[in-house]
Ligand binder design. Structure first.
Ligand SMILES: [Zn+2]
Length: 292
């Protein structure tokens, strides 16, 4: 069954939590390429996927957020794009078996169309190559995450739709202004996201990262007022990131995050997971709040 079929049966799905912050706790150094760990530290990466599956995740996400050719080229690894992404997906598929879902993660390239850093064609090629390699490794979902610019996100969705048969999820990162309005760093509102991403062909739309789960209730409300049918995914950080002695800390406990699950469900969320700072313990607490 695809996740869209499961959502049609009114099932609320549980995705997974952070990857980057857990890789750091396992020894990933600043300046090191996290995606190369799929090859150099394969068992560590697999262990993270297994820990989320054990906590109850229906969906595990690949270690490929920065795995586009554009990003990997900054580490001199552009030529290994296909190998790195295929391996990232294969690790998760091995851990997940065939009953659960593997979401191939695609993050922003860091290049802005608006500034002339990159052409539309270069972005399309880079996203298509990555999505195709993730599907080849066993991903049944492509999740495009932490997007801020609508033009880049549209190209990523179109690339994933045209180059793979995967279910395509897009999530953008919003900040609230304190008065119930939310915008990405590039000024896109949740309603603008919904319109642009539906038109690009996204199957599931939502938000990730940001300033904790509380704000996600407002973001979900804004998405739902633009569209009350499209499946919605929310993957919040474990609170507002705080910088202490050069380290980023996230303070929200698993119980604190899980306490907002009823509000998220009421707001109309179909898939819940976590982003930076969340751990298998957060996912287990959310599973419990979902009555599992
Ligand atoms: Zn995050």
């Amino acid at each position: 069954m695809t996740i869209l079929d499961e959502i049609k049966l009114n099932k609320v799905l549980l995705s997974d939590g952070a990857l980057g912050t857990i890789l750091q706790s396992k020894g990933l150094k600043p300046g090191e390429c996290p995606e190369l760990w799929n090859i150099s530290h394969r068992s560590d990466v697999r262990e993270i996927a297994e820990s989320y599956l054990f906590a109850g995740s229906d969906i595990v996400t690949t270690n490929s957020f920065g795995g586009s050719r554009i990003k990997l080229s900054q580490y001199g690894l552009g030529e290994r794009t296909s190998e790195i992404n295929t391996t990232a997906a294969a690790i998760c598929r091995e851990a997940a078996g065939n009953d659960r879902h593997v979401a191939g993660s695609i993050g922003p390239t860091g290049k802005m169309l608006l500034m002339g850093d990159v052409t539309e064609e270069e972005l399309l090629d880079s996203f298509s190559e990555q999505a195709l390699a993730l599907e080849k490794g066993g991903a049944d979902i492509i999740i495009i995450e932490t997007m801020s610019a609508a033009d880049e996100a549209v190209l990523a969705v179109k690339a994933a739709r045209s180059s793979t048969g995967c279910t395509v999820i897009i999530t953008m990162t919003f900040t609230g202004d304190g008065n119930g309005e939310y915008h990405t760093m590039m000024g896109i509102s949740p309603a603008e996201m919904v319109i642009a991403m539906k038109e690009a062909g996204a199957h599931i739309i939502g938000s990730n990262c940001g300033n904790g789960i509380r704000e996600m209730i407002g973001v979900t409300g804004a998405i739902r007022s633009a569209d009350n049918k499209i499946p919605v995914i929310i993957q919040a950080n474990a609170g507002i990131p705080e910088f202490v002695d050069g380290v980023t800390l996230f303070q929200e406990s698993p119980e604190m995050m899980a306490s907002f699950v009823p509000d998220l469900l009421k707001a109309g969320v179909n898939i819940i997971g976590g982003c930076c700072g969340t751990t298998p313990a957060h996912i287990r607490a959310i599973a419990k709040a979902l009555g599992r």
